[in-house]
Design a binder for this molecule. Structure first.
Ligand SMILES: [Fe+2]
Length: 420
């Protein structure tokens, strides 16, 4: 086979291998190293290096070197004039000995000379410098032919494309990270706004200070015990925080009445779920059920709730959670006309009303979460923080909770129809 033909086949083989290397995106450093070795090996070049260009630092950072020794600079600075000339030059090899007019070659003249660097090829991809390839002398002592230069051009293009792809990926990752941060900031703002609203709602009622926030936290406990995702738990907590937002429109005297309110006042107060729904509906919530939780948190499984006397299957699930959390807080905090009830009595009430007012599996989840905390099965102190340590240390609370859990099978309210 003629020598030229052999050379051609060899070159195409090297190019094919280089293309394959570049398409393997797993290990960028390894890809660059292998590509450099392929380039040097296919043309019998003694030494060389590949550097990546950083447009922020205006510098070239060596990614792979062969035969350049430890004293060769790992970072090379470019000035504006160098960058301009490299861009004009494109992917054509520059003869180092002929380019000394540029500041870059003057600064690094000694390093290039000591390592016998003969060619420098700017890696210009889509009108951007992404790096350079430095090439030393050929092993056979011959100077580079025009054929060699053509091969070099073709091969370094592959390396340049590999670096450009990597840059693009890094940029995409950076933007994705930025988007994630923006989203987190927005979420935080939303949560802070919700909490501010909850505080505003609670301010209106001097007897139930902190009620909305506690309902949010109890709702969160129930959802966590049900094994819901972080986002769903967050959604339920928001629904709890905002469930009484409709009370903002109810007369302060009715809310703060220290005596039992009359029928007319009661009717006025009972409008708050529907009003809350109207207030929340136009707001774009990341969690769609928030307005429904406000509207139906006073409904009961047995159909004796309000405003629409819905029955079990008709009540949105999130409203059932908030209903349980709401009732539990009402029973465990002091009201103007009645003191908080002891823990045993409250658990008994939950058990008795399971399937009537409350969804059984939610009562089970709630009792189970409380038991785990009291028996230190979990290190969380959510109930303790909300109710006080002493309250949870009531005598007989553990057997009571165990009994409640044994007595309830936790069947889904969607399958259990227990109407009086
Ligand atoms: Fe309410």
């Amino acid at each position: 086979m003629p020598e030229n033909q052999q050379k051609l086949i060899h070159t195409f083989g090297a190019l094919a291998e280089l293309g394959h290397e570049v398409s393997q995106k797993n290990n960028f450093q390894e890809m660059i190293r292998t590509s450099l070795h392929l380039l040097l090996g296919s043309l019998g070049i003694m030494r060389g290096g590949v550097a990546r260009y950083s447009r922020f630092g205006h510098e070239l950072n060596m990614l792979a070197v062969r035969g350049l020794g430890d004293d060769f600079p790992l970072s090379l600075s470019l000035c504006y004039e160098d960058e301009r000339q490299f861009l004009i030059n494109g992917l054509v090899p520059i003869e180092v000995s002929q380019a000394k007019v540029l500041p870059f070659f003057q600064i690094y003249d000694r390093s290039f000379e000591s390592k016998k660097i003969e060619l420098l090829v700017p890696l210009v991809i889509r009108d951007e410098i992404v790096g350079v390839v430095l090439l030393g002398e050929k092993a056979n002592g011959e100077s580079y032919s025009s054929y060699d230069r053509d091969i070099i051009c073709a091969m370094v293009r592959h390396i340049g494309v590999g670096i450009a792809q990597r840059n693009l990926m890094a940029e995409l990752e950076r933007r994705a990270e930025e988007n994630r941060r923006l989203y987190d900031d927005l979420r935080m703002t939303y949560k802070d706004t919700v909490k501010a609203f909850a505080t505003a709602i609670d301010c209106k009622d001097k007897y139930t200070e902190g009620h909305s926030v506690r309902v949010g936290k109890y709702s969160e406990i129930i959802a966590a015990e049900l094994g819901w995702s972080e986002e769903q738990i967050e959604g339920v907590a928001v629904a709890g925080y905002l469930h009484d937002v409709g009370k903002l429109t109810v007369d302060r005297n009715i809310i703060n009445s220290s005596v039992r309110i009359n029928a007319k006042e009661s009717a006025e107060l009972n409008k708050h779920p529907a009003i809350g729904y109207e207030i929340l509906l136009p707001i774009h919530h990341p969690y769609t059920d928030v307005p429904l939780a406000a509207k139906y948190h006073h409904e009961r499984l047995d159909g004796r709730g309000y405003p629409d006397e819905l029955e079990d299957r008709e009540i949105p699930y999130i409203a059932k959670i908030v209903c349980l959390a709401d009732s539990f807080d009402a029973m465990t905090t002091d009201r103007p006309y009645k003191r908080r009830r002891p823990a045993n009595e409250v658990v008994e009430d939950l058990q008795r009303n399971s399937g009537k007012q409350f969804a059984p599996e939610l009562v089970t989840a709630f009792c189970s979460a409380m038991l785990k905390e009291i028996t230190l099965e979990t290190k969380q102190k959510k109930f303790r923080r909300l109710l006080g340590k002493e309250y949870l240390e009531a005598e007989g609370i553990v057997p009571m909770l165990k009994n409640a859990l044994n007595g309830m099978n936790g069947t889904s309210s969607l399958t259990l129809v227990s109407l009086d």
